[in-house]
Design a protein around this ligand. Structure first.
Ligand SMILES: [Zn+2]
Ligand SMILES: [Zn+2]
Length: 449
């Protein structure tokens, strides 16, 4: 079998000309790393101040849209930017062009404020390949420590339920973090169901001490009781995902057509939702039309139908493929009626657009607008009316960006030269096991490699 390979050029004759070329590559790379440090600092501030939260699901999604990074690279930038916020030494080394972005990126996967100084020394001394190997070993040590901790936590789980002398029941226990998160979420949901209505009605009337909201602990107790009741009622069967998350909304026809109209708009359990929320839920749902009279009594119940029939939903998924909100590529979505069916909008492909849960919320409850032009193109707008284009306009770049970079770095007092980022490594073999024993705070016992 023929092996195709590119011809390898003959080794060049040493020349001052090639040395200069190599130096120029090294020096410009240092400049780019220094500029990357500034870029990451800007991203960190933008992220912390929520500048991306203008319809985008994350800072990475915004970066993908605004500067055209692929999502993986964008996530990595945001991760490194956040990490450098607590690692000033690494941030400074990158800003001075002494440590490449590749090295800093690898080191930030494991560095903490306590280990930063040691890892910076590794970064200065080693090549990018050395650092990759040390970071991999470091994570192995971390993982071993984590696994030991998880085993201990699992062994320490327990729940004690016993009756006190007066008949009340005392509950005390310790859950693994996973089970704990599950319980917390369930309690939150149950509390929400129990007390949302009380908040809505309680705010408007004069405070009545008998009607005052229970304390947080009392609410938690009531929520736990509701969880137990619900679990027993459903015979501890979680059911199919579709059933679990199904929401039923009772709503007056007038409210659905015009959110300004007074009228009923409630979830089945009775907690109040805004008219806009009920419009969102009704956009793509099982629909049961219930007519209410003036006193709220149900006078007529229609047959249950899907707002968007399955065949039309398949056509919508095939056409849109993923959420159509600019910069979003989430594939799981809901059908949004550009003109709501309650206002006479037809349930046709032309009036539907696929939006993910996040962006469906944005267009109903956060003031984002979407319209379909005559040519069928979608026009997204921010709450202030400014357009949100699919592809943002390009930024003007100076005619000689490299020169501009040099001038800017000169003004910052940066003295970059071809050996700024050169490792101090002299060519000796890297012993990762030994390096970790010396460097890692938790490296005890058998060597990881
Ligand atoms: Zn909708
Ligand atoms: Zn989306």
């Amino acid at each position: 079998m023929p092996i195709l390979s590119r011809p390898v050029p003959a080794p060049p004759q040493p020349s001052a000309d090639l040395d200069r070329l190599g130096d120029e590559i090294a020096e410009l790379s240092a400049h780019l790393d220094a500029a990357t440090a500034r870029l990451l600092a800007l991203i960190r501030e933008f992220d912390a101040r929520g500048g991306w939260n203008t319809g985008f699901s994350s800072c990475a999604a915004w970066l993908g849209w605004r500067v055209g990074l692929d999502l993986g690279a964008a996530r990595e930038r945001v991760r490194v930017a956040r990490a450098l916020g607590t690692l000033p030494r690494l941030a400074e080394a990158l800003a001075r062009g002494e440590l490449s972005y590749a090295k800093v990126r690898a080191l930030t996967r494991v560095a903490t404020p306590e280990t930063e100084a040691r890892l910076l020394a590794v970064g200065r001394a080693g090549t990018a390949a050395h650092i990759e190997r040390i970071v991999r070993g470091w994570r192995r040590v971390d993982r071993q420590a984590e696994a030991r901790q998880a085993t201990r936590q699992h062994a320490e789980r327990g729940l004690h339920v016993y009756q006190d002398d007066d008949g009340t029941v005392v509950v005390r226990g310790r859950l693994t973090s996973e089970a704990g998160a599950l319980l917390t979420r369930a309690l939150d949901a149950a509390r929400e169901t129990l007390y949302q209505r009380a908040r809505v009605t309680g705010g408007a009337t004069a405070p009545d001490p008998a009607m005052a909201l229970p304390t947080r602990a009392q609410q938690q107790a009531d929520a736990l009781a509701l969880l137990a009741e619900t679990a027993l009622h459903h015979e501890i069967d979680p059911g199919a995902p579709g059933e679990r998350y199904q929401v039923v909304v009772h709503v007056d026809a007038a409210v659905l057509a015009d959110p300004e109209q007074p009228g009923q708009s409630v979830l089945e359990e009775g907690s109040h939702v805004s008219a806009e929320t009920s419009r969102r839920l009704a956009c793509d749902a099982s629909r049961v039309v219930m007519r209410h009279d003036d006193e709220g009594r149900i006078v007529e119940v229609g047959a249950r139908t899907r707002t968007i029939p399955p065949a039309l939903r398949r056509a919508l998924l095939h056409r849109d493929r993923s959420c159509r909100f600019p910069g979003c590529h989430v594939r799981v979505g809901q059908g949004h009626h550009v003109r709501h069916w309650a206002q006479g909008g037809p349930t046709t492909l032309g009036n539907l657009v696929l939006l993910c849960r996040r962006h469906h919320h944005a267009v109903h409850e956060e003031g984002y607008k979407v319209a379909r032009g005559r040519d069928g193109a979608l026009d997204f707008r921010r709450p202030d009316g400014r357009p949100l284009p699919e592809v943002p306009p390009t930024v003007p770049v100076p005619p000689d960006p490299v020169h501009t970079l040099h001038v800017q770095h000169g003004a910052l007092g940066l003295q970059l030269h071809p050996r700024t980022a050169h490792p101090t490594w002299l060519g000796e073999r890297l012993d990762v096991g030994w390096a970790l024993d010396v460097l890692h705070p938790r490296a005890v016992g058998p060597r990881p490699c």
